[in-house]
Design a protein around this ligand. Structure first.
Ligand code: 13P
Length: 258
């Protein structure tokens, strides 16, 4: 990984999506910790369990340095929001951060750029580290609309974040067509899109653009990771399917360690 040249520490985050009960999470984490060895020393590592397994995951990972992330949260601190979870609730459990704007939530749960405009600063203000997901659909890419789509998502999602706090947000570039399809972006496509995102951030703050970590996500596996992670602007990955297998995820962390 390019930490030596970029100064950015590699970052590997596993998004379990709606996988693993509490008992399965505990068993998986034991296996992951023994598989990780010292690969985690040079890489920031995080996992994103379903809400119900957050507390057990925090407990299992206590003292290991592996961070725990929720997969969504409400922008409100509390209120009449049936089925929602707030930042103070996550913080109370010892959660480090939260994934926001995943394309599955945009597609299936009506998550909008408007709501992310509130959620990202709400997470930061509460002391949670946001991972903001962006990415174009296949149709948008084919029609030459990728840059317009990414620009819109970044502008809205980060609109209320002051320039001096931009680098506290992690961005995940997840092209929708690569998620769960087995068809990852090529290393060149990942680099091109992530460099574009970094340039967009540079319009707000050149210092933040240098510091912000931008991850790739979409069908990343042990056999394609090294080439994608070796790109100069790719700082790590948000991993779906392969993060639910302890030895695959440990291998991915080792690939990021270089
Ligand atoms: P896959 O790695 O399963 O394609 O999922 C990527 C993703 O959506 C991570 O958030």
């Amino acid at each position: 990984m390019p930490e030596a040249t970029s100064g950015r520490r590699p970052y590997m985050v596993g998004n379990w999506k709606m996988h693993k009960t509490v008992a399965e999470a505990r068993e998986f984490l034991q296996e992951l910790l023994s598989s990780l060895g010292d690969a985690g020393d040079d890489v920031d590592v995080g996992v994103c369990p379903p809400y119900i397994a957050l507390a057990a995951t925090v407990e299992e990972l206590d003292g290991t340095g592996v961070g725990v992330f929720a997969q969504n949260m409400s922008a409100a601190r509390d209120g009449a929001e049936t089925g929602e979870v707030s930042a103070p609730m996550l913080l109370e459990l010892g959660v480090r951060g939260v994934v926001l704007g995943h394309s599955e939530r945009r597609r299936d749960q009506c998550e909008t750029d408007r709501s992310l405009c509130e959620k990202v600063p709400a997470a930061l203000d509460a002391g949670l580290e946001p991972i903001l997901c962006v990415g174009e659909s296949e149709e948008e890419r084919d029609e030459g609309e990728m840059e317009r789509r990414l620009r819109h998502q970044i502008q809205e999602g980060l609109q209320q974040v002051p320039a001096e706090r931009l680098a506290e947000v992690t961005i995940a570039y997840e092209p929708v067509w690569a998620i769960g399809t087995g068809r990852s972006a090529s290393p060149e496509q990942a680099q091109e899109a992530i460099a574009f995102l970094r340039a967009l951030l540079g319009d707000r703050s050149s210092e933040a653009a240098e510091r912000v970590r931008i991850l790739y996500g979409g069908s990343i596996k042990p056999d394609n990771a090294a080439d994608i992670l070796g790109q100069p602007d790719v700082d790590g990955a948000l991993v779906g399917g392969a993060s639910t297998d302890a030895s695959d995820f440990a291998e991915l962390v080792a690939a990021a360690a270089g």
